[in-house]
Design a protein around this ligand. Structure first.
Ligand code: PEP
Ligand code: MN
Length: 277
């Protein structure tokens, strides 16, 4: 191994010859041959909005549904999410479509209720150093999708994963979602080199979020394809039935027809790197 990470990172590090960790969520597997595509709106806004998004992403071939019920917003005046009502809507969408649900949890005391409804607990970029939260999801019975902090180094991010693994939860999925840089035209800078790098130094599956990573709808498709080409085990993509009306992140959300086109174009890219969609 040519890349060296701190020897204090133990559980998240790949030891000599260690196999990739596979995370199983219902019928879906993250880290195997199939590239897992998680798709859905930034926020759950209503039953109608989520159902429409869920049906569309299912029809296009997504393997999981995303949607935020507890939202970390920059300002207190912005839509904060539907909370438990949003979780119930997500569970209804799973019931109808069969898609497992990925949703964010922001506070240790909310883990129990989120775990009751969700299949995967998302830890957002803003909470990657929330140690009480990391400890609490370490004790959860559901897999954790751990976003990279917008200012996290790879080792800081893996150290956060270490908390969850050390807590006893082996099912951690790393999610590259862009880091702060000096460009102003994109929302963040998507660090795709993190994908092959993590594959070398860690055994954990890696997914890429091209939506937050760029903040711009037209960049989502090319960066999704680039992520799969770079070896990502999956993608998490924001899709909204009507992005112009979205209560959060409309500018980076694909329309259902755009998502369908993306799924069609991803297949050949996946096959070119020995994977399938
Ligand atoms: C999200 O997935 O909607 C989100 C808030 O992501 P991040 O934590 O990466 O900003
Ligand atoms: Mn979002």
């Amino acid at each position: 191994m040519s890349l060296k990470i701190s020897s204090r990172i133990k559980l998240a590090a790949r030891s000599e010859g260690q196999e990739n960790t596979l995370v199983r969520i219902g019928d879906a597997v993250i880290g195997g041959e199939k590239v897992a595509v998680i798709a859905g709106p930034c926020s759950v806004e209503s039953k109608e909005q989520l159902m429409e998004a869920a049906r569309a992403v299912k029809a296009a071939g997504a393997s999981m549904l995303r949607g935020g019920a507890f939202k970390p917003r920059t300002l207190p005046y912005s839509f904060q999410g539907l909370g438990v009502e949003g979780l119930k809507i997500l569970a209804e969408a799973r019931e109808e479509t069969g898609l497992p649900v990925v949703t964010e949890v922001m506070a240790p005391e909310e883990v129990a209720v989120v775990e009751e409804y969700a299949d995967v607990l998302q830890i957002g970029a803003r909470n990657v150093q929330n140690y009480p939260l990391l400890k609490r999801v370490g004790q959860a019975g559901k897999p954790v999708l751990l976003k990279r902090g917008m200012a996290s180094t790879i080792e800081e991010w893996l150290s956060a994963a270490e908390y969850v693994l050390h807590g006893g939860n082996p099912d951690v999925i790393l999610c590259e979602r862009g880091i702060r840089s000096y460009g102003k035209l994109t929302r963040f800078t998507l660090d795709l080199a993190a994908v092959p790098l993590l594959k070398e130094v860690s055994h954990l599956p890696v997914v890429v979020d091209p939506s937050h990573g760029t903040g711009i709808r037209s960049l989502v498709k090319p960066m999704s394809k680039a992520a799969v080409a770079a070896g990502a085990d999956g993608l998490i993509v924001e899709v909204h039935p009507n992005p112009e009306e979205a209560m959060s992140d409309g500018a980076q959300s694909l329309r259902p027809e755009e998502f369908k086109i993306l799924m069609g174009e991803l297949g050949p890219v996946a096959r070119s790197v020995g994977r399938r969609l």
